[in-house]
Design a protein around this ligand. Sequence first.
Ligand SMILES: Nc1ncnc2c1ncn2[C@@H]1O[C@H](COP(=O)(O)OP(=O)(O)OP(=O)(O)O)[C@@H](O)[C@H]1O
Ligand SMILES: [Mg+2]
Length: 360
Amino acid sequence: MNENNTDTPSPEACAGEIFELSGSKFAPDVAAELWPKILRHKWFMSEKLGRDIGLRTACIDFIENMDQVHKEFMAYRQPDFLAEMGAQTVSREIWDTISDSQPPKQLVERRIILPLTEEKLARKHGVVPPKTIIFFGPPGTGKTHFVKAIAGVLSWWYIEIAPSMLMADGADKLGANLRNVMEKARQLEKAVIFIDEFEEIAASRDMATRIDKSITNEFLKQVPLLKNQGNKILLVCATNYIRQLDSALLRPGRFDCIIPVGGLDDEGRKTILRHYLSRLNTGDINIDQITALTDRFTPADIEYMFQKVAQLAFELEYRGKQDYKVTTETFIEVVAQIPPSLTDEIIEEFRQDSATYSRA
Ligand SMILES: Nc1ncnc2c1ncn2[C@@H]1O[C@H](COP(=O)(O)OP(=O)(O)OP(=O)(O)O)[C@@H](O)[C@H]1O
Ligand SMILES: [Mg+2]
């Protein structure tokens, strides 16, 4: 017999079978739910012991230890869930590419990392580590990068759930797929579950014409389930459009923290510049000058600038047939071709959103 035995008898037959095997009486509808689990337990125990344990033993053992059996089975399935959900490990070093001055690094450290790493002290003072977080901010400001950095610094699994994955079977399956993913997620230990482009699935009910509106309701059901679970799971959702999210989701009690991820100051840009500069073949570099040139650049703009600089250097050496060293002049030339992503309008909108929605 395999784990996915499908020939389920009628509820009455299930109740009859269970009574005959174990002497325990269950209402037919309860028995019908238990029956596949008993079969699964027989399979699981037989696998564990390396011999067929028989249906009677499995049934009695299952009924005596129902809770424990469920937990054990789920723990056994954890590697499968991790593989199915595409869990990745992330290097700790990502955290170090973010300057202390780059918001919200210090906030994330105080509110998320420390309560999870200094558990005893947090418990002593009644600090409850957040379990559900929203990052919002303009495109390219480093939201995804922050989530990965958190997983890396905690040494937890990083699991990214794309809305397209949840919508793969059509809009009407969105709620069911979300429930399915969250059920698996709740069985995990030490995992950061990241839902990017959250507005795609959680837009305000008045705006959500494309998708089934029940998704917000499903989400509202899943969040408390996740919070009640004792294990170490962090659900992080990111969006560029916080205003579009259903206000029911943004109310206190749903998401523990709503955190803006905005522009970089000089120190923040300099840290990223240093990080990417270390990969280039450099000559004379004035980092302060490049920092000044890249005012209003997002991390994504900086990354793009470095790609262009690298390509230019490569081509110049290829054509010139001699060592080409990247200098401040190379950056001056390339920066002129890249308009900064953060405009006055975007900055103002983000400032307003930060004032309206932030909650730590
Ligand atoms: N502090 C940083 N140091 C180095 N690279 C960074 C840093 N922050 C972000 N990046 C890089 O900049 C790029 C953009 O960042 P990221 O993808 O995290 O932005 P985002 O806010 O998630 O964007 P979007 O809204 O488009 O999803 C990524 O390639 C990322 O690796
Ligand atoms: Mg992103």
